[in-house]
Design a protein around this ligand. Structure first.
Ligand code: COA
Length: 419
């Protein structure tokens, strides 16, 4: 039994933002039917390939637990099947460029005629306004949503982050909207349009930076290292490097081996309640009561010097050793984990957040499983489907006969027949 057993999703998504949303729904147990263009499918199947003629890791890591049907939705046969799928499903999820669904012949009014209970969930780059027709990809979203201007170091370029906050962050927001719409449909009996714009989703994830923008009107931001360094603030939220964005100051500090290992670092938070333990562990017990050190406010103008002292201590220890010493003392630290560290982490394997799967053409591959754990809705992660792997099975489920299948295949609506 899974939480979304019985929920049927017509997955019209491609690239990353949409597929990350429908993958979450599939992990919670929804039946996700991915419609793909005959012959080529989702463009990511062939992007960033590591093995010739094999579905890329890009695709296989974003489309777990789904079924795939090949369908040319612009052909007459494809339109017929699409309508039947709309009648069969609870939610249609899409992240085409603005207007594509309408050009396919399915404006919202028509969708409602086909199935008034269907929820239409869309991802677009921008919400309503002058840019609503613009196409947007991940890094663009990070720039237009406020992440890039506030990420990186003061003296460097605006920086995009590796976290796919524009794509996967928007997918998460959309998934939440879909669940809310399904819940509302329980009382109204009707579907609705759900829209998550990438700009808005990134902005929601960066809301602390809008907080700081408004604080600037009332003085400098004392927790930013630039304050301690005596560098004046301008009129926009500056890039904060690795400074903590919260009320507890934090920095990335070097650990043993940093000269040769790009990830021999730890994050270290000078959390107020842990101040006594921090002073003891780094060998500065007098700082616990010394004037100028004994309260978070008093320490603010010496943060850089304090972190330098803490770093002298972390540099003598490995990043995992720092964690082993500090965690039992309730000092919030965390090693900078490389992708390799994460793939090899036994706890992540045991919890199912890192999984190993078998794929018919690529063989074994490692992926990220459902990060959300539920006590009564377990997520068995299954491999991504091959292109059109479930076309026949899905048509049969929709009530099509073998003769219908032959007709649709011959017409080209389903792509070429499999040998
Ligand atoms: C991501 C994006 C920039 C890609 O643009 P693109 O490669 O040009 O793809 P589009 O979405 O414009 O779709 C291309 C065409 O394929 C068509 N198509 C897609 N699947 C089809 C199918 N199964 N059968 C027939 N036609 C299909 C679409 O109808 C569209 O045709 P149109 O241009 O005549 O309207 C764009 O889809 C977009 O801006 N999406 C919204 C924001 C988003 O999700 N961005 C993040 C992506 S990770």
């Amino acid at each position: 039994m899974q939480a979304l057993d019985g929920v049927k999703i017509l997955d019209f998504t491609h690239v990353q933002a949409g597929p990350s949303c429908t993958q979450l729904l599939a992990w919670f147990g929804a039946d996700v039917i991915k419609i793909e263009r005959p012959g080529s499918g989702d463009i990511t199947r062939s992007q960033l390939r590591d093995i010739a003629d094999v579905d890329s890791l890009y695709f296989t890591m974003l489309n777990h637990n789904k079924r795939s049907i090949e369908l040319d939705v612009k052909s007459a046969g494809g339109q017929e099947v699409l309508i039947r799928l709309m009648q069969h499903c609870d939610v249609m999820v899409e992240n085409f460029a603005p207007g594509a669904l309408e050009r396919m012949g399915f404006p919202w009014e028509r969708i409602q005629e086909v199935n008034p209970r269907l929820i239409l969930a869309s991802i677009k780059g921008y919400g309503p306004g002058p840019n609503e027709d613009a196409k947007v990809y991940e890094n663009v979203a990070q720039c237009i949503g406020g992440s890039a201007s506030t990420t990186g170091f003061r003296d460097g370029l605006p920086l995009v982050t590796a976290s796919q906050v524009g794509d996967a962050g928007t997918g998460l927001h959309l998934a939440l909207g879909i669940l809310a719409a399904l819940y509302q449909r329980e009382s109204t009996g009707r579907g609705q349009k759900v829209m998550a714009a990438m700009q808005d989703s990134v902005l929601n994830l960066c809301r602390v930076k809008l907080r700081d923008q408004q604080r600037l009107a009332h003085g400098p931001l004392p927790e930013y290292s630039q304050h301690g360094e005596g560098i004046p603030f301008g009129d926009v939220t500056p890039r904060a490097g690795n400074d903590s964005g919260g009320g507890q100051p934090g920095r990335v500090l070097k650990c043993k081996g940093w000269e040769n290992d790009p990830n021999a670092y730890t994050y270290f938070v000078l959390q107020a309640p842990a101040w006594g333990a921090i002073c003891d562990v780094i060998g500065e017990p007098d700082w616990k009561t010394a004037p100028g050190y004994d309260s978070p406010a008093a320490r603010l103008d010496k943060l850089s010097a304090i972190f330098e002292r803490v770093e002298q201590w972390t540099m003598e220890r490995g990043k995992f050793e720092v964690m082993e010493i500090c965690a039992p003392l309730n000092i919030p630290v965390g090693p900078v984990m490389s992708s390799k560290d994460l793939m090899e982490d036994p706890a992540l394997r045991a919890s199912g957040t890192v999984v190993e799967l078998d794929h018919p053409t690529r063989g074994a591959y490692v992926s990220v499983g459902n990060p959300v754990k539920m006590s009564a809705s377990h997520t068995p992660v299954t491999r991504a489907p091959l292109l059109g792997e479930h076309s026949e099975e899905i048509l049969a489920q929709l009530g099509y006969s073998p003769e219908d299948l032959a007709r649709l295949t011959q017409s080209g609506a389903m792509g070429r027949a499999k040998p």
